[in-house]
Design a protein around this ligand. Structure first.
Ligand code: SF4
Length: 265
């Protein structure tokens, strides 16, 4: 997409500002696609010349070059607007600091527990249903699908969608929390807690995963015992996360937690 087109999208009043910052990126199932700028820009790219998505086609490389140019333009525009000198050695220091913060967040016990859960999920699907990856339908899973109703497929999709996202959102929240702690004295109550918004997405992912695992237990009674440790791990993680972020559930996510003005009489 050209920078000009992107800027036109940014100006569209139908879009809810920042809605994509606190969503689960499951656009296929999102009720607010028509209010989301990210969805609109991705859709516009998808609808463009199919040759530009073929890696063997020159159009693909031309498109990549054009994206590179646009990205440079946008970074330069952002840097100018925000008074950042991209040639300053501090830009490199800031990136190093960011990497350090990410490492600390990844080593946090909540992030570690979330990551362990994700790998336990992969192991369970591989050992119990013969599914190597989330895209793999698995021999046993295919057989089970023909014997059971769609609820098993649905539950599998939900668990697989969120399995790594819980850890990713937790790391993001921990990193934001670090910055907020530094700014808190200065901004006090006015501070917008991005960490609460990010962790709320992780908590919702946990809630939905717990429900999906329960559906699996009911639909596949012979797997109920092997599912139990996963449910216990997830519930423990959910409770620890709520203790660490006591205000997260109250965070109002743009679009998703707001009452539409159309519904107010
Ligand atoms: S808000 Fe909805 S449409 Fe937009 S990126 Fe998130 S899931 Fe996708």
């Amino acid at each position: 997409m050209r920078t000009k087109d992107l800027m036109e999208l940014v100006g569209n009043p139908d879009f809810i500002s920042g809605i994509y910052n606190y969503c689960d990126r499951w656009c296929e199932r999102c009720p607010l696609t028509s209010r989301c700028m990210v969805y609109a820009s991705e859709k516009e790219d998808e609808d463009s010349d199919p040759a530009s998505r073929d890696i063997n086609n020159a159009a693909f490389w031309q498109k990549l070059t054009s994206i590179f140019e646009q990205t440079r333009e946008m970074i330069a525009a952002w840097a100018e607007e925000n008074g950042v000198d991209l040639n300053d050695a501090d830009a490199e220091a800031a990136i190093e600091e960011h990497d350090r913060e990410m490492q600390d967040a990844q080593n946090h016990e909540l992030a570690q527990a979330a990551e362990n859960y994700a790998w336990q999920v992969s192991k369970w699907f591989e050992e119990e249903l013969g599914m190597q990856t989330s895209d793999d339908s698995g021999a046993e899973a295919a057989a089970l699908s023909s014997e059971h109703d769609d609820s098993i497929d649905e539950a599998t999709e939900v668990i697989r969608w969120y399995q790594f996202q819980i850890a990713a959102k937790t790391v993001r929240a921990l990193m934001s929390q670090d910055d907020e702690d530094e700014d808190e004295e200065e901004l006090g109550d006015l501070l917008l807690k991005h960490s609460d918004g990010s962790i709320k997405v992780a908590l919702i992912a946990m809630d939905r995963s717990v429900s999906a695992w329960r559906v699996m237990q009911i639909g596949l009674p012979d797997k109920a015992d092997s599912i139990l440790p996963l449910l216990v791990a997830l519930e423990g993680l959910r409770q620890s996360t709520e203790r660490a972020f006591p205000n997260a559930r109250d965070f109002i996510r743009p679009g998703f937690d707001e009452v539409s003005p159309d519904l107010i009489q």
